[in-house]
Design a protein around this ligand. Structure first.
Ligand code: BGC
Length: 364
């Protein structure tokens, strides 16, 4: 049968279940209009407002993938539902205001990638006071109703392990520097822990380590510039937590005359990152398939908005969660990962200056 028919059947079944649930607990407070036990669905499921609050726009993924995939998945799962979208531009206060605005506009569920995971506790409290469930999207928030992300410790392990493998292959002894993510982002701590689990016992000492405020590529670049003269000759590897910070680090190394460049890690499989793999400026990135993540969040947002339970596979600190699998990408498997998945097409990657490297990597 068509997916449309299946969805309709699913919705009818879910609606039936909601009625049963309501009948079973007859004292449910329908005046609050949005309790997780079914009030909102009974009040006319199918036209709920779903708020999506993303943290920043310097990292390409949010506007290019998370938002459009999420909006499309909400539309196909609930034709009458609408998405209230906002981006906080790395400002935690702005995100708090955006969350309050979404609640005022009648959002039945908040899907948040928190700028500041700890500060987001007050967003959860405001939402809970209105019986509005919260989905922690990509970044963990204690007390959320559901969390969907990747195995972020494993992201760090992949970064650390690939870096060590390449440094060993290069055969040069020396030191590494670490450019981590934002200290306000719980993911950044997990990436670092995962990377450290490999780097600490690798025999490559960590000369210096930096937590990049706001994940800002510019700040990563400035910090790397401040290190270049000190570490220059000893530097055999750079751990950069994502492609944005990797881009900053690489610009600083080039500007400081470091040649050849040491291997630099990344994350997100941004187009610029993939192209740097081809040019040899960046050694690896981590591909996180955002489509299934956004679709999972949308499916569970619709469920929660309609008073149903989210479908989770694991528990993280009492929050029902789903953790997807990250994949390490080097020049050698671009074709089998991001291209195969349709994340980037060969045409998008293999523009003019990358044509020769693309042929060499078997992409064209
Ligand atoms: C995300 C990364 C992203 C970073 C900067 C992290 O929480 O998991 O994909 O690069 O934030 O926005």
């Amino acid at each position: 049968m068509s997916t449309r028919t299946m969805r309709t059947a699913g919705a009818a079944l879910a609606f039936g279940m909601t009625l049963t649930a309501l009948a079973a607990c007859g004292s449910d407070d329908s005046s609050s209009g949005g309790s997780t036990s079914g009030g909102s669905a009974a009040a006319g499921g199918g036209n709920e407002k779903i708020a999506l609050l993303l943290p920043e726009s310097k990292t390409a993924r949010y506007e290019a993938f998370d938002r459009p995939y999420f909006e499309a998945a909400v539309k196909s799962g609930c034709a009458g539902c609408s998405v209230l979208y906002s981006n906080a531009d790395q400002d935690a206060n702005k995100q708090q205001q955006q969350a309050e605005a979404a609640l005022t506009q009648g959002a039945k569920v908040l899907v948040i990638s928190a700028v500041d995971g700890k500060a987001a506790a007050s967003i959860v409290a405001s939402a809970k006071a209105k019986n509005v469930p919260v989905i922690a999207y990509d970044r963990f928030i204690a007390g959320a109703n559901y969390y969907v992300s990747f195995d972020n410790f494993q992201v760090g392990v992949l970064q650390g392990q690939t870096l060590v493998d390449i440094m060993k292959k290069n055969g040069k002894q020396g030191e590494i520097v670490m450019i981590n993510g934002a200290p306000t982002d719980a993911n950044a701590a997990d990436f670092k822990k995962g990377a450290m689990s490999v780097l600490q016992s690798s025999g490559y000492p960590i000369a210096a380590s930096y937590d990049t405020p706001d994940w800002s590529p510019d700040k990563a670049q400035q910090w790397m510039e401040s290190q270049v003269t000190t570490v220059k000759d000893k530097l055999v590897g750079v751990y950069a937590a994502n492609d944005g910070t990797a881009g900053g680090a690489i610009a600083a190394l080039k500007g400081g005359g470091v040649n050849p460049l040491p291997p630099v890690t990344g994350q997100d499989a941004e187009l610029a990152g993939i192209q740097r793999l081809l040019s040899g400026d960046q050694a690896m990135t981590v591909y996180k398939a955002i489509k299934p993540q956004a679709e999972d969040a949308a499916k569970n947002a619709i469920a929660l908005a309609q008073g149903k339970k989210p479908a989770s596979t694991v528990d993280k600190e009492g929050v029902p969660s789903t953790l997807l699998k990250p994949v390490a990408v080097t020049k050698d498997n671009i074709k089998d990962t991001v291209v195969k998945d349709g994340f980037w097409t060969v045409e998008q990657i293999c523009t003019g200056e990358f044509a020769a490297a693309c042929t060499e990597a078997g992409l064209s």
